[in-house]
Each structure stands twice: as C-alpha cells, then as structure tokens.
Design a protein around this ligand. Structure first.
Ligand SMILES: [Zn+2]
Length: 287
C-alpha cells in the first residue's frame, strides 16, 4: 500500500541557529525601521541577482563586491549573484558616494543621520509576491577608510539579500552605531548559516514567524554559534592611526597596522600577520 502521509518540509537546525534566523531573517519586528510588512515575515529574492556599482568605487571596492557575490552565490544556490556593468538593469545598485548624496539617491531622509551606508530594498507586499525583494538601492560613504568601507559594503549587501541586524558582536550584521563592532568584513560562520537557511526552498518569501517555526526544527545538538569576537580595532590617539589587534585579555596583544587583508583564525603563520606592533592592556600602543 502506498504511503500517503503528507510530505512535510522541515529543516534540521540547532537551537542557536534557529534563534539567529528569527532575529536576522524575519523582518518587521519592533527594531525594524523599514516596517515594509505588517506581519513579521521573511524577505528574499526569488531569482538570480545582479549587482552594479556606481559613483566612485575604487579597485578594492570592486574586489570586495566580487568577493561578496561569490560567497552569496554559494550560500544562495541554486540562485546566483553576479556583478554587472549595467546599472540600469541591475537588481542591486551600490553607490559609492559622499554622504551628502545619500538622501537624493535614496529619495528619502528616513535613515540615521550618521549612517555610513544604507540599503533600501523594495519588497513585494501583495499576496502573490509578498516578501519578494524586487530591487535595492545601496549607498556607501566613499570617504570612509578602506577597511571601514569594506565592512559597510558587506553589511549593506547582506541587507540587500534579506538579512536584518544581529545582536551577536562577531556578526557582520551587528547593528550600526554600536560600540566596537568586529572590524572584519566577511560574514561570520553564523551569518553564512542563516543566509543558507534563508535560501532553502522550504522557506518561502513572506513566510511568517509561525510558518518558520514549523519548518526549522531545533533537533541538531550543535551548529553555527555566535563566536567570540577575536579581533579588535584599536586607534592610536597620538596619530589617529588604526590597528587591527587580537582581542584577548593578554597583557601584550599583537596588532598590525596593515589593514588590507583580513586575518583568518587560527592564524596559520602569526608572524606573517604581525607587524611588530603591540597594544598592551590599559597602555598605549608600542611600536
Ligand atoms: Zn544595518
């Protein structure tokens, strides 16, 4: 006899992964300024995504956008994310501009006045296409230091793909304006896990909290977690130079003034990263 049990779409996750998903992927909660959906719900793309750059991006900015597109293509498979040179038809347009151009490009003043970047998605709100992201305008302050711009670019692109803020300090989606966020510019493992869950076919655009609750089953004993923050940005107040330092309680902590590449943990060869600078606890930098 045929098995006629209804097919149930469930995805096994850990309890931490489920709470991170609810925090970052269900929009319209009390903390959400966009309020684009009355009922808290998932927002995602339902087709391949193209990104174009406008304004004055430099070579580094272009590289970062390409890197993000490659990471996102993996996490959103079978959807792909590609960089295009045709802003007029691109799904996401990233403008590297002076912040005094933000309001004009976004067509609104409704964003935090000190924002380094803003992502403004247009999301379907009818019953047929509710929760489908249609297009996104991103603005990034071109006058930020490169390492800061790298972080803002990734952060805004992840907004553009459907993620909201995280309360986890090592997340790239840790809310803007908060003290001492992680200085890294790649999504954390937990960020990546939440994105790959968001793009599972079981999770529909417009899925409500109640629907997600039935799909994500916290049955895995372990999974991606909010990792401890391993790196810290330290600013030398004698010359305002920025250093990337190991975040630890050691008295002497190695740092580097070279902020062009992101340290991976564990450091495969710390000497290649360390440039001879130390920061020491409650004392100034030593070079
Ligand atoms: Zn943000």
């Amino acid at each position: 006899m045929r098995d006629n049990r209804a097919h149930t779409s469930i995805v096994n996750v850990s309890a931490d992964e489920k709470s991170a998903f609810i925090e970052m992927a269900i929009h319209g909660g009390p903390d959400d300024a966009s309020k684009s959906s009355a009922t808290p719900a998932v927002q995602k793309w339902n087709h391949d995504v193209t990104i174009a750059l406008k304004g004055d991006p430099n070579g580094e900015d272009l590289l970062r956008v390409h890197e993000n597109a490659a990471v996102l293509s993996k996490l959103m498979a079978p959807l792909t994310v590609a960089v295009t040179d045709k802003p007029s038809t691109a799904d996401i347009v990233v403008h590297f501009v002076d912040r005094n151009r933000f309001a004009t490009l976004l067509g609104t003043h409704k964003y935090p006045p000190d924002a380094d970047g803003v992502a403004q998605p247009r999301v379907g709100d009818d019953t047929e296409h509710g929760g489908e992201i249609r297009s996104v305008i991103v603005v990034v302050d071109k006058n930020l230091a490169q390492f800061a711009r790298n972080r803002v670019t990734t952060h805004e692109l992840l907004h553009a793909i459907g993620l909201d803020h995280s309360t986890c300090a090592s997340s790239i989606m840790y809310a803007d304006g908060t003290d001492n966020p992680s200085p890294l510019w790649s999504p954390s493992l937990l960020d990546r896990r939440v994105l790959s869950l968001l793009y599972r076919s079981e999770i529909r655009p417009g899925a409500t909290l109640a629907a997600v609750d039935k799909i994500l089953i916290p049955s895995l004993p372990t999974g991606a977690q909010c990792a401890k923050q391993l790196w810290q940005l330290v600013i030398d107040n004698t010359d305002n130079k920025s250093y990337l330092c190991e975040a630890s309680s050691e008295q002497y902590r190695p740092c580097t003034g070279n902020l062009t590449s992101e340290p991976q943990y564990p450091l495969i060869d710390p000497d290649l990263w360390f440039d001879g600078t130390y920061v020491y606890y409650e004392f100034p930098l030593r070079r």
